[in-house]
Design a protein around this ligand. Structure first.
Ligand code: GLC
Length: 492
């Protein structure tokens, strides 16, 4: 039986993306469509959308009036295809200029911006006659969707079931009761109760992520291990208690990777294409990467870091991994964006300046998707020393390109990367190097073993890389799991 799903999210790659959220919304939607389901995605119409990636963009609803504070805001809803996905973009016409800004997030009124977006998405579904089987919303930005749907749109959207996926517990969007007045929910004493939207750690704080957990029919996070960390450790960033209350409807579902986008056999963004059987061609991509960044060509292993430059990602350990690699005669390439963090941004600009003339290292500050492809293909190892990592897509992409991940055992990386020397798995399933602690010596223990294997035992390193390429982290399995969840809540 085919299912009709409307996704509500702040990102969908390639139209709008700041991190893994955008990839996951796009990849899951595509997989669900391949399996014969109908998917539509509702997004804000940021002025920073990647317009060149959106096909046939045109207004589809001119006069959507969304109730807001004591009045209403007029919106235009646009429609277009982003990488084949059907996307609706909500553009409010108000003096607050909610989405006509340079960045997606990082503004003082973020809570209000996305409360508006959540309400507008429901108003749009109501007025446009959209009656999906499932409303699937993502992260704190859409946390109010389940709340508003049940509290205000219950009569119009009575049959709709709601799945809520949390990609990052660290960002909960907590603000205060003005959001209740803005959305016309009102009744602060009722809604700010600790078992509804009331934040456990901020007096009179309103926590939209908590609201999503309480009101959704099913809640997921992006790996089984992270679900455990959220329930039993501090992975829930304070939401552990409420998750335990709602444990019966909570589960970890491992993300997939869109193997259409990330495929070394057909990737138009890498000069030499290869598969597990022709992995020796990867060497040509390594040379191309060195050419691109003016790295010298010697026989040495190349270690990469790709990702947001953010406390979550273990910046002090990335820093150490860079110098440790250089010390052991390797090369290091880093690419990432530190947009929101002046201190981290400053640190890496300083470092880039300091290492400017080093022929074994390159820092690319700012994220560029097409360069990411070349780096995944050209590197031998990928370091991911995160403090916490709900899923971690970078190691999964790396493996697809035969690039061996060196990761900290946290969240989704516990479920996906198995240490070559110490894992209890059969040798053919071992696919990387794992460390546990958050200090320099921990990084060295894993990265050192990886670099030594590369230098001293090339055939064994190649075998490890082949194990990586054989692993299946496509959307096939998680796609089926989400359909199972949808089926379950529809027939509950
Ligand atoms: C967030 C998490 C990351 C996860 C991604 C997609 O960015 O930090 O671990 O892979 O969402 O779910």
């Amino acid at each position: 039986m085919s299912v009709y799903i409307v996704m509500v999210a702040a990102e969908c790659a390639p139209a709008a993306k700041s991190g893994g959220l955008g990839d996951v919304v796009a990849g899951l939607s595509r997989e669900l469509e391949i399996r014969g389901n109908a998917v539509e995605v509702i997004l804000p119409k940021y002025s920073g959308l990647h317009y060149s990636e959106i096909w046939g963009l045109a207004p589809s609803h001119e006069d959507l009036w969304v109730p807001w504070y004591a009045g209403a805001v007029r919106c235009t809803v646009w429609f277009g295809y982003a990488n084949g996905r059907k996307c609706f973009f909500i553009e409010p016409h108000s003096a607050a200029n909610l989405f006509g800004r340079e960045r997606l997030y990082g503004y003082a009124d973020d809570a209000e911006r996305f409360a508006f977006f959540s309400k507008a998405a429901l108003e749009f579904m109501g007025q446009a006659g959209k009656r999906p089987d499932i409303v699937h919303c993502h992260d704190w930005q859409a946390g109010l969707v389940p709340v508003l749907l049940r509290e205000q749109y219950g009569a119009v959207l009575a049959e709709q079931k709601i799945c809520y996926t949390i990609h990052n517990f660290r960002h909960q969007g907590t603000s205060d009761e003005h959001v209740l007045w803005a959305t016309q929910l009102g009744r602060p004493d009722h809604f700010l109760d600790a078992d509804r939207l009331g934040d456990d750690f901020r007096y009179r704080g309103l926590n939209p992520m908590k609201g999503g957990i309480v009101y959704a029919d099913f809640v997921t996070t992006v790996s089984p291990s992270h679900a455990d960390e959220a329930l039993y450790g501090d992975g829930g960033s304070g939401l552990g208690r409420i998750l335990k209350e709602h444990q019966a409807k909570f589960r970890g579902v491992l993300n997939g990777v869109d193997y259409e986008v990330w495929n070394p056999e057909s990737d138009p963004l890498v000069p030499a294409r290869y598969s597990a059987g022709t992995a020796e061609r990867k060497q040509a991509d390594k040379e191309a990467l060195r050419d691109r960044f003016w790295l010298r060509k010697t026989r040495s292993p190349l270690v990469a870091y790709i990702g947001r430059l953010d406390e979550q990602k273990g910046m002090h350990l990335v820093h150490h991994a860079l110098f440790y690699t250089l010390d052991l005669g390797g090369q290091f390439v880093l690419m990432g964006d530190a947009h929101h963090h002046d201190r981290i941004n400053g640190h890496f600009w300083h470092l880039k300046d300091y290492l400017n003339d080093n022929p074994d290292c390159h820092l690319e500050l700012g994220y560029r998707e097409e360069l990411a492809h070349l780096i995944y293909a050209g590197a031998d190892l990928l370091i991911v020393p995160s403090m916490f990592e709900p899923c971690g897509l970078a190691p999964l992409i790396a493996m697809r390109y035969g690039t061996v991940p060196v990761v900290r055992a946290t969240g989704g990386m516990i479920d996906t990367v198995f240490d070559r020397d110490y894992s209890g798995r059969p040798p053919a399933e071992r696919n990387g190097y794992v460390f546990h602690h958050t200090d320099n010596r921990a990084v060295e223990s894993a990265l050192g073993r990886a670099l030594r294997l590369w230098s001293a035992r090339p055939p064994e390193f190649r075998e490890l890389a082949a194990n990586c390429m054989r692993a299946d982290y496509s959307w096939a399995r998680p796609g089926a799991e989400y359909l199972d969840i949808y089926r379950g809540i529809r027939h509950a």
